[in-house]
Design a protein around this ligand. Structure first.
Ligand code: GLV
Length: 328
């Protein structure tokens, strides 16, 4: 180890070119074998490091910060940062960065892919066909719901929510309604052709509801049995945000009882485990948290996390800081 260079831990396997980039500036401990380190091992490896490249699954909280007093920056290769206790990081003088912007369109595409697949029963149809069950035409075989011209509801209207709205309004002639903690300025609403409504109206009116809110104590189970009961029985629900926003057990019950037509889920409470009740439902499309998973986007996210580490540890200038106040 070169004591003059900052030491950086990369917690999971990543594009080799990113390791090469980091190695130009730092002594890097990488994990290209992609071992899933238990938390105590992660903490042990982080001790003596000034920076860490995280991928969204590693919790950085007061215990980690206390055990790693030399830590200066945690760079998340994800736009969501619910794995970071930002107030604790700020109190410890540790910079937090995330990877916003670069995955917006790719994740919005995934939202639409799930919406289309759920509403038009694409994966269910494929399973039916592969199982050799397709032996005739039938007027109601795999009959689903229209997307074009329907009402698209969006919960959460940040960058990704707006990108989903644009797809709906401009590409699919949808009537777009949204609910968010704060209403968008009028010009931004007009740009994405979306109308602000209360949460109850959103739930009751949407033909397709896409969730794009960040996970927090406030958004935990914000779609549960009561909210699902307000939705149309013909509606679809799509979650491309975070597991835990939806009560998965309540959703599985609503899907099973056909009180909700279909769902498309990329994120799950307790992932990578998926609740068995959801696995047992045929009217849900399930994907393993791949919203941002295209080659250009994953490379852009990884480079942005690397930019943050390099910018901060070599010149005090991170690109996307979450708690810039620690820089004084
Ligand atoms: C992915 O889930 C992200 O937050 O970037």
């Amino acid at each position: 180890m070169n004591p003059a260079r900052p030491h950086v831990l990369v917690s999971r396997a990543i594009f080799p070119e990113i390791i090469d980039r980091l190695a130009q500036h730092f002594d890097v401990e990488a994990n290209q074998a992609d071992e899933l380190w238990p938390r105590d091992e992660f903490i042990r490896r982080l001790q003596g490091k000034q920076g860490v490249f995280t991928t969204g699954g590693e919790r950085i909280d007061a215990d980690v910060l206390k055990a790693c007093p030399g830590l200066k920056i945690c760079a998340n290769m994800a736009v969501g940062y619910n794995n970071f206790d930002v107030p604790a990081m700020t109190a410890a003088g540790v910079l937090a960065t995330n990877a916003p912007g670069v995955l917006t369109e790719t994740t919005a595409d995934m939202g639409f892919a799930l919406l289309m697949a759920a509403a038009r029963r694409v994966t269910e149809s494929e399973h039916f066909l592969r199982a050799g069950k397709w032996d005739r035409w039938a007027y109601d075989m795999m009959i689903g719901q229209d997307v074009f011209g329907s009402t698209l509801g969006i919960l959460g209207m940040g960058r990704i929510g707006q990108a989903v709205a644009r797809r709906g309004a401009l590409g699919f002639g949808m009537n777009v309604i949204y609910h968010n903690r704060s209403r968008l300025p009028e010009a931004e609403e007009a740009a994405v052709k979306a109308r602000y409504v209360g949460k109850q109206e959103l739930l009751q009116t949407a033909d397709h509801l896409v969730l794009v809110v960040p996970y927090s104590a406030e958004s935990h189970h914000s779609i549960g049995a009561a909210e699902l009961a307000l939705m149309k029985p013909t509606a679809t629900l799509v979650n491309i945000a975070r597991g835990g926003i939806v009560d998965d057990v309540a959703l599985a019950k609503a899907l099973r009882e056909r009180r909700l037509a279909a769902a498309g889920l990329d994120v799950f409470e307790g992932e990578p485990r998926v609740h068995p009740d959801l696995l047992a439902c045929s009217n849900v499309v399930l994907t393993p948290h791949i919203g941002s998973a295209t080659v250009p986007t994953r490379k852009a996210m990884a480079n942005l996390a690397a930019d943050n580490l390099i910018g901060y540890l070599t010149g005090g200038k991170p690109v996307t800081p979450l708690n810039p106040e620690v820089m004084g």
